[in-house]
Structures are given as structure tokens and as C-alpha cells.
Design a protein around this ligand. Structure first.
Ligand code: NOJ
Ligand code: CA
Length: 576
């Protein structure tokens, strides 16, 4: 038995509880309703843990080196045990795969490389049996240049779909209509000699932008969402929403000092990004989503909380879950920086959606690793984004401490931006490598050579081995997610920041009615001391029950100030 004592009144505290592994229990708490909202007015997606799957890389059922839908279905039990409530599958629609699925050539079918529509229906049905919802990725801004709409659009200036895309004359015989640039390293305009005009693409030339000012485009896209809602899809992650509209006058963007990673002048993209019209489109997508009780998650890149706030809609009538991607840009681990950001997000008054990484961003394990405390850091980062107030979106493999496996040479690169920008921009292959299921060949992902290589670290960081190790990153995630599903304070509690002056230790309470969960995170490589005085928070004679720590050494004694190992986590339940 470990005893802790608080400073002021020396109240003794109970025992160290090792949270039981196993199914964390998705059943609602007493008083909560399964459908609609709970006693706190929270909908299912507010308590759900979302898990992003890159289908090429999750599980390969037919051993062709590329993951598929049947593969995902075989892993639903694993996800259920982990504590996942919804999977977001990045695009699995027919696609020439120039941008690995983000170039869609048919929005209402499944790419044969991933399986069939029957496989998809079965995935949804098997998910339903396990209370795991399926979220699809809707690429709203652009199609593939192989989509029938674009093929027709390109065929003549008078074709039925001509105005479904953005066609313009160049400035005279040579130059494009204006100075806008594609974010993927090329010009944003491609000349088509057949009709003598340029078409616009914010991403690759094979991803022409749809013209959302055309009502027929808008209607077609709403119909796509209905098609999938009727098949049981619980919502969409909306791709690149800020690129939906462009200035109709095609005003040049202001040029800024310096160059980007492709060596082009920096630009203030004020005329081709984040136009106010985006909000009208979000409201319409939301109206359709509401007809089916579905959720909209936004790929919402923002530079501050005010911008993020706008995506919820002035009347909460846009996205329920605009992703807060800002933490992914923080350099290093500074308790101050996180504390300030979390405070700003909470002050904005909406339901937060914290994202720590995804298929476009270097994995968090690699971003924060210091070579000495890598697994401890992974656990600490997990405890951060999974105990905050809000919905969490995990990325596959984060729970086993997968690292980036960047290409070693330009010839190895698959992602076109990596070929174009090498070596400054290596592309996104590194964060998209196969899920590591065991320490066997190809990490158990496939019998065939996988489309991307597995790193040597898969020998230690894989599901099978980590499942057996109570101190693994995976075991930590499983305990943490179990707590997240069962502790009322973690589901519904307020966020109360404590010990705000400490630059190394982030401390907060999630407070709900007469109880709370105390979270202490040492974000530094040195041992730190964390005060345990809760007298200012309304808990005058609190009892403390340890729920979860990542400590290596046993802590014994009476503490007014808790010694925290480097990058360690301490989570305890507080009752009066
Ligand atoms: C954002 C997606 O996450 C990324 O992978 C893709 O390349 C672009 N949007 C273009 O669709
Ligand atoms: Ca396959």
C-alpha cells in the first residue's frame, strides 16, 4: 500500500490501483442514454475515441502488400479492446492513387485494391456489433482528373461539366491567370491545350478543384454524403475545407519575404484560402449530416483559437468537430505552451478536438523522442491528449509507439511531394508505414513485401509483444482509454488548471460534481516536484486514489509534494 498525504490537512489517501486491463466497457454510465445525448447534454461523438486508419497500411488480408477493408474488419476486436469507438478511414474510393486516395475518381464506390462494396457493408455491420462507428473521408475540394466529371469538363468549353471546375484564360498567350501556387510545389494552374484554358488545382495537377460556386456541384456533393449515410456511415472527416472557395476575381496573393520548402516565394494565401463562403458550405453539409444524426470532423488548419472557433459556426451549425491541429506545430514539450493553448481552447467555449498527429504529420513518437525516455514521452503525450476535456482522435500505431520511417533515398520515395522536394521535403511516407502487429516478417502486416518498409523498431514496438508487457506503451494506452471511458470526471468534467507557474509540469483537474481526476504530467527530462495541495479547488479534505502512473520506481511515503520522474504521468481520483 502506498500512502500519500496532502500538505494542509494531512489527509491520508488510499491505495495504488492498477487499472484492470481488458474491455474498458463502452456501456453508458448509469443515467446516461445510449442514443441522443447524456445527462450532461453530450452526444456520442463527444465521448467517443476516434481512431484514424490509413487503409493502405493497416492490415493486408489478401497479401498483395497493400492493406484493405477485410483487413480492417479482422482487427475490429483489437480496436474494441483498445477502447476505440469510431474509425475514420482515409479515402478508400476508386482513385489513380496519385495522392494515395485523395484524388477520387468515383465518390460512390470502393477501390478494388481495398475490396468491394460488400466488404465495406460488412465492415460497417461488424463495427456496429462492436459499437464501433465508421467515418469516411470526404475529399470536398477536388476530384481526380480521372473523375468522369473532370473528363467531361475537359472535353470542351461547352461540356455539361465545364463549369464544375475552375477554368480560366491565361494572362495573354503564356502566363497563367494569376500568381497562386499549389501547396504541393507546382503552379496552381495547368494549361489544357485542347480548350486553350487553364484549370486550377490547390494540390497536384491531377487534383482539379471543384467549383463550389456552381449549385450543381454543391448538390452532387450533398448527394454523395446521403449515399454513404444510407449505408450506415456515422459521419465524415472533411478534407481541406479551407480551400473550397477562391476569389472570383483571381486577385494575386501578396508575396511575402523568403521562400518555401520548394524554393518558391512565400505567399499570403488570402485570395485562395479560408474565404468566408466556406462557412455556407459547412452549414449545408451540416444540415444533411443532421438528417442522419451524423458527425462532421474538419481538417481545419488554423493559426489560432479564434480561427478554429469560426468552424463550429456562429450558431453551432457548422462542424461539430473541427480538428485542433495546432499542438502538432508546437516545438518540443513546454508545459507553459500547452497550458496556454488549452486555456484558450476552453475559453472559446466549444467542445475541443485535440489531434496529436495524422497521416500528413511526423509521428508524435519521433517528434518528441529524446533517445533516452522515448516510451515515457509517448505515455506522457498519450495521457495529455486523452485526459483533456474534448474528443480525441488517435492515429493508428500511436498506441504502440510507432516511429516515423522516412525514406532513406529519393528513389525510395512514394509520396510525390517527397520526390519534388527532396531532401528538404521527404514527403509523408514515413508516417504511413504498415501497422506493426508482431515481430515477424513485415511486422505481421502482410506476407508480401509491403508498399512501404517496416522500421527495425517494429521488433520491440508491435501489438503482440506489447500486449504481454504490462509496462509497454500499448498497455499504458489500454489502461488510459479504460479510464477515459469509465471515469465520469474524464468524460464530463471541467478542466481546472493547477500550479500554473510551473514551466515543466502540467497539472490539472477534470472536476465533475463532487469528484475529480487529477492529472500531473512532467514534461521535462529532469525529476520534478509537484505540489499536491488541492485546497483552492473546493476539495478541503480530499481522498486520493491512484488510478494510473508511468513511474518506474515505487513511490512510498507521505507527500505534500510528489516527486515526478522524468516525463512521467500521475493520474488519481479525488473524492471528498
Ligand atoms: C489533406 C490530406 O490529409 C492530405 O493527405 C492530402 O494530400 C490533401 N488534403 C489533399 O487532399
Ligand atoms: Ca490487400
Amino acid at each position: 500500500m502506498i500512502k500519500y498525504f496532502f500538505k494542509a490537512n494531512l489527509v491520508s489517501i488510499v491505495l495504488t490501483a492498477i487499472v484492470a486491463l481488458g474491455f474498458p466497457g463502452l456501456a453508458p454510465r448509469a443515467g446516461a442514454q445510449q442514443k441522443g445525448v447524456d445527462a450532461e447534454g453530450h452526444a456520442w461523438w463527444q465521448h467517443a475515441v476516434f481512431y484514424e486508419i490509413y487503409p493502405r497500411s493497416f492490415a493486408d488480408s489478401n497479401n498483395d502488400g497493400i492493406g484493405d477493408l477485410k483487413g480492417i474488419t479482422t482487427k475490429l476486436d483489437y480496436l474494441k479492446e483498445l477502447g476505440v469507438n469510431a474509425i475514420w478511414i482515409t479515402p478508400c474510393f476508386p482513385s489513380p492513387q496519385v495522392d494515395f486516395g485523395y484524388d477520387v475518381s468515383d465518390y460512390q464506390a470502393i477501390d478494388p485494391m481495398y475490396g468491394t462494396m460488400e466488404d465495406f457493408d460488412r465492415l460497417v455491420a461488424e463495427g456496429k456489433k462492436r459499437d464501433i462507428r465508421v467515418i469516411l473521408d470526404f475529399v470536398v475540394n477536388h476530384t481526380s482528373d480521372q473523375h468522369q466529371w473532370f473528363i467531361d469538363s475537359k472535353s470542351s468549353k461547352t461540356s455539361a461539366h465545364r463549369d464544375w471546375y475552375i477554368w480560366r484564360d491565361g494572362k495573354g498567350p503564356g502566363p497563367p491567370p494569376n500568381n497562386w501556387l499549389s501547396t504541393f510545389g507546382t503552379a496552381a494552374w495547368t494549361f489544357d491545350s485542347k480548350t486553350g484554358q487553364y484549370y486550377y488545382h490547390y494540390f497536384y495537377p491531377q487534383q482539379p478543384d471543384l467549383n463550389w460556386r456552381n449549385a450543381a456541384v454543391e448538390k452532387a456533393m450533398m448527394d454523395v454524403t446521403r449515399f454513404w449515410y444510407k449505408r450506415g456511415v456515422a459521419g465524415f472527416r472533411l478534407d481541406a475545407v479551407d480551400t473550397l472557395y477562391e476569389d472570383p476575381n483571381l486577385t494575386d496573393n501578396p508575396v511575402l519575404p523568403g521562400t518555401d520548402k520548394f524554393g518558391r516565394p512565400n505567399m499570403d494565401e488570402k485570395y485562395n484560402k479560408k474565404l468566408p463562403e466556406v462557412h455556407g458550405a459547412m452549414r449545408k453539409l451540416r444540415t444533411t449530416a443532421d438528417e442522419y444524426g451524423s458527425v462532421l470532423i474538419g481538417e481545419t488548419w488554423t493559426s489560432n483559437v479564434d480561427q478554429l472557433k469560426d468552424y463550429y459556426g456562429a450558431n453551432n451549425d457548422e462542424l461539430q468537430m473541427p480538428m485542433d491541429l495546432m499542438m502538432t506545430g508546437f516545438k518540443g514539450l513546454s508545459a507553459d505552451e500547452y497550458r496556454k493553448h488549452i486555456a484558450a481552447v476552453n475559453a472559446a467555449g466549444h467542445w475541443p478536438v485535440y489531434v496529436i498527429t495524422n497521416h500528413d504529420i511526423v509521428r508524435s513518437y519521433t517528434r518528441y523522442a529524446d533517445g533516452t525516455h522515448n516510451d515515457d514521452i509517448a505515455k506522457m503525450v498519450a495521457a495529455l491528449y486523452l485526459t483533456l476535456r474534448g474528443s480525441a482522435i488517435m492515429y493508428y500505431g500511436e498506441e504502440i509507439g510507432m516511429e516515423n520511417n522516412d525514406p532513406k533515398s529519393k528513389d525510395d520515395v512514394q509520396d510525390p511531394i517527397g520526390k519534388l522536394g527532396w531532401p528538404q521535403e521527404k514527403g509523408r511516407d514515413g508516417e504511413r508505414t504498415p501497422m506493426q502487429w508482431n515481430h515477424g516478417a513485415n511486422a505481421g502486416f502482410s506476407v508480401a513485401k509491403p508498399w512501404l518498409p517496416v522500421p527495425a523498431s517494429a521488433m520491440a514496438h508491435n501489438v503482440a509483444d506489447e500486449m504481454k508487457d504490462p509496462d509497454s506503451v500499448l498497455s499504458f494506452y489500454r489502461k488510459l482509454l479504460a479510464l477515459r471511458h469509465t471515469e465520469a470526471a474524464l468524460l464530463d468534467g471541467d478542466y481546472v488548471s493547477l500550479n500554473e507557474e510551473n514551466p515543466n509540469v502540467l497539472t490539472y483537474l477534470r472536476r465533475y460534481k463532487g469528484e475529480a481526476v487529477l492529472v500531473i504530467l512532467n514534461m521535462s527530462a529532469a525529476e520534478q516536484r509537484a505540489p499536491l495541495d488541492l485546497s483552492a479547488t473546493g476539495f478541503s479534505a480530499p481522498k486520493l486514489e491512484v488510478l494510473l502512473t508511468s513511474f518506474h520506481k515505487q513511490v512510498k511515503g507521505m507527500f505534500a509534494v510528489l516527486p515526478m520522474e522524468p516525463y512521467s504521468v500521475f493520474i488519481a481520483k479525488i473524492t471528498k
